[in-house]
Design a protein around this ligand. Structure first.
Ligand code: SDX
Length: 424
């Protein structure tokens, strides 16, 4: 924290000195906490220019298209690391040495199975239930099973809860899929890596355990890695807000799942595929670009734009590369949806409306094409996003609880009726 100051003068009154703090990088922040004692609030619907906390986990430079996890560029992590190592990095702050990696991998491996009672939960859901509805409900109920990790002020409890949630999310995600298609749940195999296991639990059956393609498993792993964390996005901020009341970690992650579900956030990957299907042919792209630009039309180009990135989302660039690899591996390089996506991206990036508003493809634009090519139904896409984002959610929850924190309680600009008496 530094002794730099900002001054605020309201209606000609004496100026108010406000401390200004510098981070290790990124914009300075003005500490406005003293304003409530002066009888005024700041006003920032959507928190466009509000720093809700300080954090050491992830840094984004939206103008430069930079994303760092504990200082490591996402491109380098995607190239050299894997999802499990990034989970460790987000949670602990440093890359694991070989022993630490081995211990962490085993801790995750031996927590991938879920309590058998949880299998019964699915019987209550219709086969047609949206997978996010099932995931949200079941993760919220996990605290009913794990009473040994509910002391949120206990560091060991927090780490054990984090490991449990990271380990079980792929299993629960696969169970949501299996329930929807009427197939039996597959148990995680201890001789498989996390992402290989996920593909196995999705597509294996008691009658047939197809060999998991290393290319597909690696693509899945990199997708999880690229979704692992993203600073104070809507769902992570929801997890932090829930955590600030002292809620248990399972309830906090369930609140993050609920927030991620929206099409403006994690639901966009599902919405991108629906949009590409609706476009249907490259000849109709211009029609949809016009719709996206029409203020009277609520349609937006799904997978484009971002609150923070006013440049390419670095994750989208990596995912586009994976798209090529997976489609080639599957002999689907002429996938019509991929061709529409490539053409849509090219046209949008040449259009003044998108250039002026710095609307670039985001993480969701290409991920759905990979998932569809792997054979994953659109309805499961956001569940996969949630599985990838789990380490980020729980790392922020853990970071907040490791420091002093207060219950989150924003204020408002009141525009309603002033005091009036009840009519006699
Ligand atoms: C994720 O926060 C995170 O980090 C999120 C995320 C993560 O990893 O957690 O990165 C994941 O959520 C990615 C975003 C996925 N969502 C979508 O792809 C849905 C489509 N995108 C839009 O809904 C929108 O771009 C948002 C929600 C992503 C950002 O909304 P903002 O910051 O509130 O932007 P805005 O509404 O202020 O838009 C600014 C202008 C507006 O036009 P004008 O009023 O200035 O004329 O850009 C326009 C918007 O109408 N605009 C779009 C558009 N996105 C913004 N116009 C057409 N298509 C779009 N996609």
């Amino acid at each position: 924290m530094s002794d730099t100051k900002a001054q605020l003068t309201i209606n000609g009154k004496d100026p108010i000195d406000l401390p200004v703090y510098q981070g290790t990088t990124g914009p300075d922040v003005i500490d406005v906490r003293s304003l409530v004692s002066k009888g005024v609030f700041t006003y920032d619907p959507g928190f466009v220019s509000t720093a809700a906390c300080d954090s050491q986990i992830t840094y984004i430079d939206g103008n430069a298209g930079i994303l760092l996890h504990r200082g490591y560029p996402i491109e380098q992590l995607a190239e050299n690391s894997d999802f499990l190592e990034v989970c460790y990095l987000l949670l602990n702050g440093e890359l694991p040495n070989p022993d630490e990696r081995n211990i962490f991998e085993n801790e995750i491996r031996y927590h991938t199975m879920v309590d058998q009672q949880i299998h019964e939960f699915f019987k209550g859901f219709p086969r047609t239930a949206h997978p996010m509805a099932m995931l949200c409900g079941i993760v919220g109920a996990l605290s009913a099973f794990y009473h040994d990790t509910l002391e949120i002020d206990n560091h060991e409890h927090r780490i054990r809860a984090a490991i449990r949630i990271i380990a079980k999310m792929p299993t629960l995600a696969a169970m949501c899929y299996k329930h929807g298609i009427g197939q039996p749940f597959m148990y995680p195999q201890n001789n498989m890596s996390l992402s290989e296991n996920f593909i196995h639990m999705l597509f294996g059956t008691p009658c047939d355990r197809p060999k998991v393609s290393p290319t597909i498993a690696k693509a899945m792993d990199t997708l999880f890695l690229l979704h692992a964390d993203h600073e104070q996005n809507a769902s992570t901020s929801t997890v932090r807000l829930a955590g600030s009341t002292g809620s248990n970690p399972y309830a906090c992650v369930a609140s993050g799942i609920a927030a991620l579900w929206g099409p403006a956030h994690g639901g966009a990957n599902e919405a991108v595929l629906d949009m590409l299907y609706e476009i249907g042919d490259e000849s109709r792209i211009e029609e949809f670009i016009l719709k996206a630009k029409d203020k009277d039309d609520p349609f937006r180009l799904m997978g484009f734009g971002h609150r923070v990135y006013k440049n390419y989302d670095p994750r989208a660039t990596v995912i586009r590369g994976i798209c090529n690899q997976v489609l080639e591996e599957l002999g689907a390089e002429n996938d019509p949806l991929f061709k529409i996506a490539l053409k849509l991206e090219k046209i949008a990036l040449e259009d003044e409306y998108f250039i002026e508003r710095k609307l670039f493809p985001n993480v969701d634009f290409y991920s759905g094409i990979i998932l569809k090519a792997i054979g994953i139904p659109t309805s499961l896409f956001t569940v996969i996003f949630a599985t990838g984002r789990t380490p980020g959610w729980i790392a922020h929850w853990h970071e907040m609880l490791s420091e002093s924190y207060r219950i989150g309680r924003p204020r408002q600009l009141y525009q309603g009726s002033t005091k009036r008496d009840y009519p006699r």
